[in-house]
Design a protein around this ligand. Sequence first.
Ligand SMILES: *[C@@H]1O[C@H](CO)[C@@H](O)[C@H](O)[C@H]1NC(C)=O
Length: 353
Amino acid sequence: MANLSLSILVFLILSLLIQQNECANIDVYELKRGDFSIKVTNYGATVLSVMLPDRNGKVDDVVLGYDSVKDYSNGTTYFGALVGRVANRIGDARFTLNGVVYHLSANDGNNTLHGGKTGFSTVIWTVKKFLYQHHVTFTYNSKDGEDGFPGDVSVEVTYMLIGTNKLALRMKAKPKNKATPINLASHTYWNLAGHNSGDILSHTIQLLASKITPVNKDLIPTGQIVPVAGTAYDFLKAREIGSKILELADGYDINYVLDGTGKKHFHKAAVVHDSKSGRKMELWTNQPGVQFYTSNMIANVKGKSGSFYQKYAGLALETQGFPDAVNQPNFPSQIVSPGETYEHIMLYRFTAE
Ligand SMILES: *[C@@H]1O[C@H](CO)[C@@H](O)[C@H](O)[C@H]1NC(C)=O
């Protein structure tokens, strides 16, 4: 009798464990070093929070986000998400490669945005490695034909804390059987004064980029590469984001051509500073461009802990290749062939002064 009870108990515990394993395929991982910590989830390989001390040591969450994973799956904001297979817009949701026309899923009028209807931001990634509080690596196998893209691709992203208040992201992708465009980006929205502190218009930003790729009314590049000098887009010297924003039709949502590209494999892209909290963020990358977006389309979005985010609530600095590169012969190619590896590195350094 005792043996039977024990067997039943073991069976119950085992089934509970198995069940938990099955349900627990979406989880939250915390990386932490002193007062600096981040939380990420394998749903969309998404950054959920970044806790950062200000100049007096007060810690705030400096990224926009939602309270639950369900909100992330219903949202259209890409808060914190890892976007792909091709970040940014592809005009008319199609491109031609090696004589074949590929039709993608259109999710932004007639265009494809951030990979299409599914995209890498709405799939559950596999947790390949989690070194407690230090780094986490997610992997995802994108199938041939997913959102219309050619070939199978294995993708890997690692979030890692290094040194003092430094966060590194490494994105890698390998096509298995067909050449395909690959352009991954991390779509985190920053507000260095705190995610629910209002707008980012008084943050200063420096963008180490002398040129931009202008877009048409649907935000598809015209193919030109033009200098920023003398325009509201010129952030070569740090100045307040809001200082010329009203000269633009609808805030900043544009790809900057980074000056460091070509000279150095790894170059500085941007410096953002909030004088109220003293928090400063520097960003380095190996990518040729950075999309600077000032949350122009955010309106009354219900965010973390009962907050509501409005226009200009955060800023995104999405390092990447140029938008619509598959249809723009003038832009650096994003085609990666089997045997080649796509690699994208971002390094954030946070200080408070
Ligand atoms: C999409 O394309 C069709 C056909 O060219 C056009 O009639 C329609 O206005 C376009 N839709 C948008 C949202 O641009």
